[in-house]
Design a protein around this ligand. Structure first.
Ligand SMILES: [Zn+2]
Length: 69
C-alpha cells in the first residue's frame, strides 16, 4: 500500500485494529464484546450499544472507528 500511496501522492496511516469492532462509533464506549466469548462475538453482525442505544452494523461501525482513529 505504501508504494501505491506514493504513486498518487497519498498519505498512508496505519491504525491498530484492536477493539475496532467493539468500540461504539457513536459514543466511543468500548463494549467489551457485550460480555460474549470470542466466537459468539464474531457471529454478531449487528448490535445495539448498551451505552447510547445506537443500532450498529459491525463492519460499518468498525470502519467508522478506524476513520476516527
Ligand atoms: Zn454507543
Amino acid at each position: 500500500l505504501q508504494y501505491k500511496c506514493d504513486w498518487y501522492g497519498k498519505k498512508l496511516i496505519q491504525v491498530n485494529p484492536s477493539y475496532t469492532s467493539q468500540i461504539c462509533a457513536n459514543c466511543g464506549k468500548n463494549n467489551h464484546r457485550l460480555e460474549l466469548n470470542k466466537s459468539e462475538w464474531l457471529a454478531v453482525r449487528e448490535w445495539d450499544c448498551p451505552n447510547c442505544g445506537k443500532h450498529l452494523d459491525r463492519d460499518i461501525n468498525a470502519a467508522q472507528v478506524i476513520l476516527q482513529k
